[in-house]
Design a protein around this ligand. Structure first.
Ligand code: ATP
Ligand code: MG
Length: 253
């Protein structure tokens, strides 16, 4: 949600697709945003949004065919009038998720700052902390990335970002950072600056707002924590379109 709104506020046209329709958090977030706009009459930029549910067709082949058709239609429709399409994928493996990965120009994998989450990328020996190999998810990314390159001749840019960084527990932070640096070359991702753990992320969901929508109201300047958090979002978004954004990142409007 923050990525989509940040790009909108930088002046890009943005579409969004929710592939995690059963959980539906992204879609609910956007619905809450529309409710807020209706009741407050504030103008807030919002992406052109679509949700694609998993197919209920009788056979696996039928399901995949239907999902491919809907996904391609959504990409075509949103791609016609937007600079970016932000796609949210479910945390579990699914045909729709694999399809989205195979079309991604950029893949952002947010990772909580712990060894449990590192397991999403690599299989680590608990005794020696030696890396045994890529995880099931990393193998899926590699497979879909190969597929994309075969079909389009273009590579995917894989970005791993650390989320919910704690201000304490520096030793754990360093240990996770070391493993990530060690594996980034082998797995083929680059590390982007992360986000700190901030209660405000959870609070804003209820109104459909993001950190980029908070105005300096009634002479109240943004708090240091809000300013820092906005800067973190900006630092991530710059990584998405470096040729357009680096060196000339204007303030969010
Ligand atoms: N940096 C953060 N600080 C505080 N809370 C956060 C932060 N990032 C995420 N959260 C909270 O953690 C919860 C899960 O976040 P989110 O839905 O983005 O995770 P997810 O990786 O998409 O999960 P899933 O795999 O279930 O889809 C939400 O309540 C969200 O507000
Ligand atoms: Mg999710």
């Amino acid at each position: 949600m923050h990525t989509a709104i940040a790009l909108l506020r930088l002046g890009y046209k943005v579409g969004s697709i929710d592939l995690d329709a059963r959980q539906g958090t992204f879609t609910r977030y956007i619905k809450k945003r529309f409710d807020f706009i209706t009741s407050s009459r504030d103008h807030l930029p919002s992406p052109a949004h679509m949700a694609i549910p998993r197919s209920q067709a009788d056979t696996v082949a039928g399901q995949e065919e239907e999902e491919r058709t809907f996904f391609n239609l959504a990409l075509e429709e949103l791609g016609r009038s937007n600079h970016f399409i932000v796609i949210d994928t479910p945390g579990t493996d699914s045909h729709l998720s694999r399809l989205a990965h195979s079309h991604a120009d950029t893949l952002i994998t947010p990772m909580n700052d712990s060894f449990i989450d590192l397991d999403v990328l690599v299989d680590i020996d608990p005794e020696t902390l030696k890396i045994k190999g890529p995880s099931v998810y990393a193998q899926m990314v590699q497979e879909q990335r190969r597929r994309k390159t075969l079909c389009t001749g273009k590579d995917m840019d894989w970005i791993v970002m650390r989320n919910r960084l704690a201000s304490l527990n520096a030793r754990n932070k360093e240990a996770v950072a070391k493993v990530l640096n060690d594996i980034s070359g082998t797995l083929g991702f680059r590390l982007a600056p992360g986000f700190g753990e901030r209660v405000i992320f959870r609070e804003m969901f209820l109104k459909g707002l993001t950190l980029l929508d908070i105005k300096e109201e009634k002479g109240q300047p943004l708090t240091l924590s809000q300013l820092t958090a906005r800067q973190e979002v900006r630092n991530l978004v710059v990584e998405l379109a470096p040729e357009k954004l680096k060196g000339r990142v204007k303030p969010f409007s």
